[in-house]
Design a protein around this ligand. Structure first.
Ligand SMILES: [Zn+2]
Length: 259
């Protein structure tokens, strides 16, 4: 069995057929999922899903696109829920910065402050981090190292793979590999993959986004984690069952709550 360590099951695109989505995952032996926090107003929905289904957990956090809605006390009010197992997804995203120079600087400043606050929250709660990094590798790495994220570690949701992040494996970080690996233009991730220590690889979909081949263009779901695993097995030349075993072990080491 495998676990999808990053899927937004609280997204509205799953509202109508979540039972079927979970059923399809189960029949593909994808028996667990972690819902990262992105937009804080979706948190009650994530809680509702986790209370209904076994082996589905959630994280409290604010995605860099929602930094203006960051409210520490609100996030903390969900922290003691038995299914809250991580903090994130938090991080830096410089892909969609505003036009003007001073607006750019201001946006980066807010993103950094909110990111640092969430690293501190994870340390306080003793829960691992789920990190989102896009076009901001150097700044993200600096924050994680300077703010001692090492104390709790976590997973880098790294569809925007970069060599400079690899060093973070020494700081307790795992690397979440998703559907981008199956894309024809995934050159960077394909190059980086063999450099990641095998015991630091996790699987994710980032559903409903980044749907892997051969379902590209459709909504993503955690059953498709299987396509990522197959592609990874082909690229690394490791038997798929063996790889599945290693990744399951990795998942249970970082997120002990999965069974
Ligand atoms: Zn995400």
């Amino acid at each position: 069995m495998i676990v999808d360590t990053h899927i937004h099951l609280d997204d509205k695109s799953y509202f109508d057929d979540l039972d079927d989505v979970i059923q399809r995952a189960t029949s593909n032996s994808v028996n667990g999922a972690l819902i990262p926090g992105a937009d804080p107003k979706d948190l009650p929905r994530a809680v509702e899903i986790c209370e209904k289904y076994d082996n589905i957990f959630f994280a409290i956090g604010v995605h860099p696109y929602h930094v203006r809605d960051f409210d520490l006390e609100y996030l903390k009010s969900f922290a003691s829920h038995p299914k809250c197992i991580a903090v994130g997804e938090c991080g830096l995203d410089y892909y969609r910065l505003p036009e003007g120079e001073s607006e750019k600087i201001e946006e980066k400043k807010i993103q950094k402050e909110v990111f640092i606050a969430q690293v501190a929250l994870a340390i306080e709660l003793d829960k691992p981090l789920i990190i989102h990094i896009r076009d901001a590798s150097a700044d993200s790495k600096e924050i994680l190292i300077n703010h001692e994220a090492k104390k709790i570690g976590g997973v880098l949701h790294c569809y925007n793979a970069s060599d400079i992040l690899l060093e973070l494996d020494k700081h307790g970080f795992y690397f979440g590999i998703g559907g981008v690996l199956t894309f024809k233009n995934a050159k960077k991730l394909v190059e980086v993959l063999p450099k990641i220590p095998l015991e630091k690889i996790l699987l994710e979909t980032d559903g409903p986004y980044l749907t892997p081949h051969p379902h590209r263009g459709k909504r993503n779901e955690h059953a498709y984690t299987r396509h990522v695993l197959s592609k990874m097995s082909e690229l690394l030349e490791i038997d798929e069952n063996q790889l599945e075993e290693v990744i399951t072990q990795n998942t249970n080491t970082l997120f002990k709550e999965f069974s």
